[in-house]
Every structure is written in C-alpha cells, then in structure tokens.
Design a protein around this ligand. Structure first.
Ligand SMILES: Nc1ncnc2c1ncn2[C@@H]1O[C@H](COP(=O)(O)OP(=O)(O)O)[C@@H](O)[C@H]1O
Ligand SMILES: [Mg+2]
Length: 235
C-alpha cells in the first residue's frame, strides 16, 4: 500500500490556523452576511504552497451549496462539499494577462444574469497583486456591484490595495498549528492503511515546511517512499 494524499474537497481538508478556520466557517454558514454590507471579496493570503489557489477554486461551490441547498441543515460546515457545480470565472493574473484584459473578462462575464441558483457570479483572481494600478482601480468599482463574489489570492498582502481590502474579508493561510498538521498527517496515513511515523518525526517535517502544504506533503510522500523501499514494500 502506498500513501495517498487526497485532494482537498471540504474545509476540514485544509490545515488552517484557528482564526482563519473560524472566519471561514462564519462566512460559509451565513453567520456573516456575505456578500453584503459592501463586502464582496475574500482575500486568501499566505506564502507559496499554503493552498490558496486550491481553496479559491473550491469556494464558489461551497458558497453556492451553502446558500442554495439544505446541506448545512444536516452537516457540519467543515464537511461542506460542492453539490451544485456553479459557474465561476478563474483569472490567473500571473499568466501574462495584462490588467485590462482581466478586467474586461470580468465585465463581460458578469454583465449577464447569473445562471447560478443564488444569482451570484463568482470571480476568482489568482495572484491579484500582479494586476496593474489601473486594473485595481477598475476592480474596486466592480466590487461595488451586489451580485458578484470576488475570491482573490496573493502571496503578498502588502501589495493589496486598501480599497480592495476594505471590501473584503481576509483569510490568513499561513502556518497552521503544528499539532493540527500532525493530526492531519496521521489521519492520511491511517486512511491509506499505513502506520504513521512518530509525531515528533512528523513535527520535524512540518516545521521544515514552514506552513507550505506543498512542501510538507512532498516531504511526507518522499519519506514514505524511502521507508517503503527500505522495507522492500513497493506495492
Ligand atoms: N490543506 C491542504 N490539504 C491538502 N492538500 C493541500 C492543502 N493545501 C494545499 N494542498 C495541496 O498543496 C498544493 C499546493 O496548493 P496551492 O493551492 O497551489 O497553493 P498556493 O496557491 O497557496 O501556492 C496543491 O497540490 C494542493 O492540492
Ligand atoms: Mg497559487
């Protein structure tokens, strides 16, 4: 048997600091009126590999499902999985698109009535800090529209415009508690039918990874395959 790191599908699949988890739950379970009161953005910030892009892509489905089905009537918010497959637009700001093409894509995509049951449009702007100043100014004015949810990711919160931050809820994706990581990794080993390493060993990998899920999982998978090779179990 080999170690299988599952792709995240629900909030509980992410290892988060307590405050981030709490805020995320309040948004998803509707305790916070979102989008509402002039706040239409969620800003996911943190170092490379902390799961920002992964979570950004899941958020439209979570929000749509929470708002348009009875899922949360029967399940905890941490277990929320998409049951709706909503339409959303994903704009990778880093991939050579200039700011004005990103903005015109958003305007074109959101000018018609949304086909989602909630009537919401979802716009993901991945690595939004790369947008030009002019594009950010246009973004602020589009953020005043009521029926669009903006999901923004960045490695660098300092580069995010104050006006955009004002219109957003900030989610810090940086280093989650080591214990949470240890529990998550033990859980993944057990689900894969494998004996987990000692917690102290896992802690070493987590600390070396500095909060990056990408580094932590890569190191854990690597360590596991070395162990399997040593024991002659390469199945
Ligand atoms: N909390 C998590 N639990 C499980 N896998 C995760 C988690 N966060 C990130 N990943 C995995 O780590 C990798 C990097 O995530 P990504 O979303 O690209 O990070 P970022 O956008 O912050 O650089 C992806 O393969 C993703 O599936
Ligand atoms: Mg990313």
């Amino acid at each position: 048997m080999s170690l299988i790191v599952p792709k995240p599908i629900m909030p509980d699949d992410f290892v988060l600091m307590a405050q981030t988890k709490h805020k995320l739950h309040l948004v998803l379970d509707g305790t916070i009126n979102f989008p509402g009161n002039g706040v239409s953005g969620l800003v996911l910030y943190g170092i490379y590999g902390t799961g920002k892009t992964t979570m950004a892509s899941l958020l439209p489905g979570w929000i749509e499902t929470a708002k348009s089905t009875n899922f949360l009537g029967n399940n905890l918010v941490g277990k929320l999985v998409d049951q709706t497959g909503p339409y959303f637009s994903f704009q990778a700001c880093a991939q050579g698109q200039n700011g004005s093409s990103v903005i015109s894509n958003i305007i074109n995509g959101t000018s018609l009535i949304s086909l989602n049951s909630t009537g919401l449009h979802y716009v993901i702007l991945d690595e939004v800090d790369i947008l030009t100043t002019a594009a950010i100014a246009s973004l602020k004015s589009i953020m005043n529209q009521k029926n669009i949810v903006f999901i923004l990711t960045t490695n660098n919160l300092n580069k995010i415009d104050k006006g955009v931050m004002n219109r957003s809820i900030l989610l810090d994706m940086n280093a989650a508690p080591t214990n949470e990581w240890i529990n998550k990794i033990i859980d993944i080993y057990q689900t894969s039918g494998l004996k987990p390493p000692l917690p102290s060993k896992i802690a070493g990998v987590v600390l070396a990874g500095n909060g990056s899920a990408r580094s932590i999982f890569t190191d854990i998978e690597f360590a596991e395959s070395l162990r399997a090779i040593k024991e002659g179990d390469q199945s």
